[in-house]
Design a protein around this ligand. Structure first.
Ligand code: FES
Length: 584
């Protein structure tokens, strides 16, 4: 018996005097709900992605009780249900491979059950965009409560050990500079509690996006997992979803051209994760909007990078929380923000800012002295990336490499990379450009976070700590370096990355937004394009290959996108014109 088509927000199926209402109430009574409980309205679903196979979200198991208390305090009936959960460290080939599947799970659970609205409980990187995408397509009143960052640990002399400190340790281990004893000790220090990565990685970046789009309460991204503050946020979220259902605020009204621009400007002011580019495009696609690489590039170039937190900066997320969190960053770039967009409180961002004051704090630089006058995410085009690529210019990277010409050293997939990267005979030097291909959304599949190609061991021993690296893969939001990602089209989809050979000359000019090769048409005609090795014949793997879109379209499935809106965004330079201009 489908619940689709039930009048939204009416609580109709539980209040119904006939057979449907009787059965709905009766089945809940059988699960120990009282006669009074089953007549409460609104009925609020809780889509909980807590899972032992996803330790980042494990704290949601406790947090949900505070959320339920908040919903009951506001007069509603909370009904929790599980959804699949996607874990960054555990899901192979990659978490992005399952994001659209999770969004379908969330959408169908919201659409087909007799709930008036929903609270989405997410945390680890892909769970947050998957839930927002599903809620947008279901379009019942929705709010989000994120898991919050896990505690910071202490390892050796490093007083504050955060997740981004793991990567240098792994690099040192490759060249024999970490002992077996330290390696064992490290295992107990990476994660000393539940919660999401404790730097401005993808999870916290997407939590900030949820705030900016009006799904999560302003200032809710940074309170530590399972802290008293987060438990209070859970209760307040319970109150807010009941108010949102009564006001019939729909997700499709929250995601607008203005709120998407606000969200991306804040991401780039935060030095946030490159993954946000893909997820924001997918989110916008669910309401029939298209952002496009040019618009991302324009917004980033005109937004100052103001947030000094790891991995791009030096301070902790707790310092940014003390400074006022995401609302304080919004305030710092307030002149660029559309103030009439809605927050999850029902107030506009303009109202929130006018009621707030933020103490000076080193985690946010003064308006007159940003860390950089432009945002941390740079969009690239050119004949090597006809439909775009992205580079994060924040954190540990060699600024001299932002403009660089070098010769390619090409790896076809992870196995090839692992077999040869530390070969003493590999023909590579510090000026080489490392290329990893076949790692896109079709070829890998799912764009694993492997674009942060390791520096060859023999160069590490010479003190080389950064090189230009190119890939059609993604990278962790906790990584840094001169790493060009999401090169589109990917190699196995006919992208020029697929025809490169060792020794080909490549130019990166990040400031000008250019990524190009110098191959003649004649040479190109003699090269063999890279083939897609994936040929699944059934199941989700087949569905993924048939319907997934490239990175510049958010890697969503084509059949999940909304009807195109004829929006008011000005038409910018088309991708083709831009690519042509940059390749000349
Ligand atoms: Fe789950 Fe980082 S690995 S939030």
């Amino acid at each position: 018996m489908s619940q689709r088509g039930v009048e939204k927000g009416s609580g109709a199926l539980f209040a119904d005097a006939g057979q449907d209402g009787l059965l709905h109430r009766a089945f809940l009574r059988g699960a120990s709900f009282t006669e009074e409980d089953v007549r409460k309205s609104p009925v609020v679903g809780i889509a909980n992605s807590a899972s032992e196979l996803n330790p980042c979200n494990a704290g949601l198991k406790e947090l949900v009780e505070d959320l339920k208390a908040g919903i009951r305090e506001a007069g509603g009936l909370p009904l929790e249900f599980p959804t699949i959960s996607i874990s960054e460290p555990f899901t192979r080939p990659t978490s992005l491979y399952l994001r659209n599947l999770m969004s379908m799970d969330v959408e169908e659970m919201i659409s087909t059950t007799p709930i008036d609205g929903v609270v989405l409980l997410g945390g680890c990187d892909k769970t947050v965009p998957a839930q927002i995408m599903g809620a947008l397509s279901a379009d019942k009143p929705s709010m989000m409560l994120t898991a919050g960052p896990r505690p910071v640990s202490c390892f050796k002399k490093n007083k504050e050990f955060t997740v981004d400190d793991v990567w240098p340790m792994c690099e040192k281990r490759r060249v024999g500079e970490v002992t077996d004893e330290d390696w064992r000790e490290l295992e107990g220090k990476v994660n000393i509690g539940v919660g999401t990565c404790n730097v401005m990685g993808t999870a916290t970046t997407m939590a900030a996006v949820a705030e900016m789009l009006g799904f999560a309460l302003p200032g809710s991204s940074l309170a530590p997992a399972n802290s008293a503050t987060r438990r209070e946020l859970a209760r307040l979220t319970g109150h807010a979803i009941v108010a949102s259902i009564k006001a019939q605020t729909l997700p499709s009204e929250l995601v607008t051209e203005e709120s998407l621009e606000n969200a991306f400007r804040v991401v780039t002011a935060l030095g946030g994760s490159t993954n946000a580019v893909i997820h924001l495009e997918a989110i916008s696609g669910r309401v029939g909007l298209r952002i496009g690489p040019e618009r991302f590039g324009l917004w980033s170039a005109s937004t100052p990078y103001v947030t000094n937190v790891r991995p791009g900066g030096t301070r902790l997320l707790s310092d940014l929380d003390d400074a006022g969190g995401v609302p304080a960053v919004v305030g710092r770039i307030g002149h660029l923000i559309h103030e009439d967009t809605l927050t999850a409180t029902g107030k506009t961002w303009g109202q929130i800012l006018s009621e707030s004051s933020f103490p000076a704090n080193d985690a946010i630089s003064p308006a007159a002295e940003p860390l950089s006058p432009r945002g941390a995410l740079m969009m690239l085009h050119g004949n090597l990336a006809p439909r775009g690529a992205v580079l994060k210019a924040a954190g540990k990277h060699d600024p001299r490499l932002q403009r660089h010409r070098g010769r390619a050293v090409v790896f076809d997939g992870l196995e090839d990379l692992n077999n040869r990267i530390d070969d003493p005979d590999l023909d590579v030097n510090a000026d080489s450009i490392l290329v990893l291909r076949g790692m896109g959304v079709l070829g890998a599949p799912g764009m694993p976070e492997v674009g942060h190609i390791p520096i060859p061991a023999k160069l590490m021993r010479q003190g080389v700590s950064d090189m230009v690296r190119l890939s059609d893969a993604r990278m962790s939001g906790t990584s840094t370096g001169t790493v060009v990602l999401h090169i589109t089209p990917e190699a196995v989809a006919g992208g020029p990355l697929g025809i490169l050979s060792d020794g080909d000359e490549i130019e990166l000019d990040a400031e000008a937004g250019i990524l190009r090769h110098f191959l003649s048409d004649e040479v190109i005609s003699l090269r063999t394009p890279m083939e897609n090795p994936q040929r699944p014949e059934r199941g989700f793997a087949w569905l993924h290959q048939q319907h997934v879109l490239q990175a510049d379209e958010g890697c969503d499935f084509d059949f999940l996108r909304g009807e195109p809106q004829t929006g008011s965004w000005p038409e910018g330079e088309t991708r083709e014109e831009s690519a042509l201009a940059h390749s000349e």
